[in-house]
Design a protein around this ligand. Structure first.
Ligand SMILES: [Zn+2]
Length: 75
């Protein structure tokens, strides 16, 4: 008995890291899932934050366009 009951709940056991492509165990023992490690998780989070800052800057740059005031910008 080694607590394998989670295997049946998380059967994507051949998942790969979205950042570097390394094999990832999607299991509660991996606090960084779906990433393989803290470095990949932080790197990906950083990419998301940069993306958001860029969007925020775009909104500020085009503030004369009042039709986007609720933040729904689909191009
Ligand atoms: Zn990785």
């Amino acid at each position: 008995m080694k607590g394998n009951k989670y295997r049946t709940m998380h059967d994507k056991k051949n998942h790969s890291c979205p950042h570097c492509g390394a094999p990832v165990v999607l299991d509660p023992s991996n606090p960084y899932r779906p990433f393989c490690c803290k470095r990949c998780k932080m790197a990906d989070l950083g990419a998301w934050l940069r993306e958001e800052y860029r969007i925020a800057c775009t909104i500020l740059d085009s503030e004369s366009d009042n039709s986007t005031e609720d933040g729904v910008i689909l191009q």
